[in-house]
Each structure stands twice: as C-alpha cells, then as structure tokens.
Design a protein around this ligand. Sequence first.
Ligand code: NAD
Length: 309
Amino acid sequence: MNFLITGAAGFLGSSLANHLAREGHQVRGLDDLSTGDPQALAPDVHFTRGDVNDRPKLWTLLQEVDVVYHLAARVSVPESVLYPRDYNAVNVGGTVALMEAMRDVGVRRVVLASSGAVYGDLGPEAQPLRESVTPNPRSPYAVSKLAAEFYVRTIGRLWGIETVSLRIFNAYGPGQHLPPSHPPVVPYYLRQALRGGTLVVHGDGNQTRDYVYVDDVVSAMVAAATAPNIDGLVINVGSGMETSVRDLVKCVLDVTGGKPEVIYNSQTSSGVSRMRADLTLAQDKLSYRPSIKLEDGLRLTLQRDPRFR
Ligand code: NAD
C-alpha cells in the first residue's frame, strides 16, 4: 500500500514509518522538523520537509496515497497553556488543511493520532475510560485534539473519506523527544536515574497514567489502516493498565539500578488524577492486544535508545 505519514520524523511517526517500510509498503513522510529528526527514518522512507498547512505540497504528496496517518502536531500540554494560538493553528488548522487536500485529491482513509488527554479529569468512577464518556479537556492541547477528531470525522462524512481517531494514552519508548523544559516523564526519569540526577515528582505521586510501549501503539495504527467497519470511530489505544507515578519511579529505579534522589513537590500540580484506557473497542475493532509490560518496555527503551547507553 501507499502511505503518507505527517509528523513522520517524530517519535511515533518514525517508528510507524520504519515499520511500514520494513513490511514492503511505499511510505512518504512529511515533517517540518520543528522537533522531529529525519535521521530517525530508514532510507527507504521518502521524506519531505514541509508544513502540514502547505496545501500545494500536500496535493503533490497525496497522489496515489491509499491511507494517511496524521501525526503532525505540537504535543506539549504545558506549552499549549502558554501558546494556545499556535496549538490551534497547527493541531486544528493543520488537520483541516490536510482534510481539504485529501478531499481534493480523493484519498480513501485517514487515521488521526488523537490523545487520551481529551478525557481530562473524569475521576475514579469513570475508570477505565470508555470512548462513550463525554470528554472534559483541560488544556488547549486536549481541546485541539478533540477539535481535530470532530473535523476529521465531519469532513470525512461530507466527502466520503473513511476516518478513525486513535486516542493514544501515555506512549513511551526509544526515540521519544526529550525537550529541556517539560520533558515527558518516562525518558526524563530514565535519564535522571542513569545520570544520578534528581527525580522530581509533581504532587504526591499517586496520580495514575496508562503507559503504553511504542510497538503496541504501532500495531494499533497498522491495524487501523485496513480494519473494516471503523469509519467515524474514536478508539482508545493504551496498555489497559493503571500505574501511579510512584510505581513508575520504582520501576525506573529497578531497571536502571540507579539510586537517585526522589523529590515529591507538593507545590506543583499532579495534573489529571487517574487515567486508564478501556480497550474493549480496540480489541473488538482492531484485534488490538498490547503485549509489552511497563518493566519490559523500560528495558527495551534502555537497550534500543542510544541516548541511554
Ligand atoms: P513528536 O513531537 O515526536 O512528533 C510530532 C511531529 O510533528 C514532530 O516530528 C514535529 O516536527 C512534527 N510537526 C510539528 N508541527 C508540524 C507542522 N506544522 N507541519 C509538519 N510537521 C509538524 O510527538 P509524538 O509523541 O510522536 O506524537 C505524534 C502524534 O501522536 C501527535 O499528534 C500527538 O498529539 C499524538 N499523541 C502522542 C502521544 C504520546 O504519548 N507520545 C499520546 C497521545 C497522542
């Protein structure tokens, strides 16, 4: 098959692109390299540097494409609080530009990388989170992802493009971007533990997340390209397991063998209190079975990511 992946040089995009290319598919990648790294891509992925809002470029790249994976986005929740206009322009505006271009060229299907963040803080009684609950987004990032879901589904229905939105929970694994401020918690803790730095836990550490290894996310994305009867759906992609940040710290210390100082900062917000994905729909529609436990995923990350050697 012919695929276009937006955000292809990013953490999830490059893993997906390399996987599809290994399977023998034709893969084109688009990325503006605002955070992505084209070196992460295998040589047989056809890479183009460009903005997802650039419709003429999209028209060219979309020729003969069967399925588009739309991953290009700004991805930091705290940054979105400071720059909501930028998040709206890329995550919402870029999605609308892509859908228009897909309509113009006549592409059959799009898979949107949405986020578990759209649920917001729905509390213990809503766990595990099902796709049918009403989302309560708490950040401009989460709003932008929910708006993107609606745009994809609505424009898709109007123009006969099949759409599916995958609500990915906390993905981690080799190649995850590690920015200097507000880094994602898994690579940040791994790096700190290996270097003997301090691990800062926001709040009391009892907040939970659903950490899912990148290979499991890729398996769901691959299935979403061809699965029947998923048009218009949103589908959770997580591990189905709930891990407190305290337990994540313990796991990181176990796999690294490090003994860093751990500081609990009660002055900072711990964010959403609980998150665990209900995977019934993913199992039913995508035959999705996450297979990598957190401890194994952390070990694989250490083995496969040269930054941790
Ligand atoms: P990432 O930052 O590594 O990848 C995003 C890529 O998009 C980057 O390579 C960046 O350069 C590119 N990009 C940004 N703005 C662009 C633009 N205007 N035009 C073209 N490219 C642009 O992040 P990731 O973790 O790989 O996330 C990929 C997608 O999955 C995002 O849409 C994100 O919202 C979603 N997602 C990720 C997670 C996670 O835990 N990693 C969870 C839920 C959803």
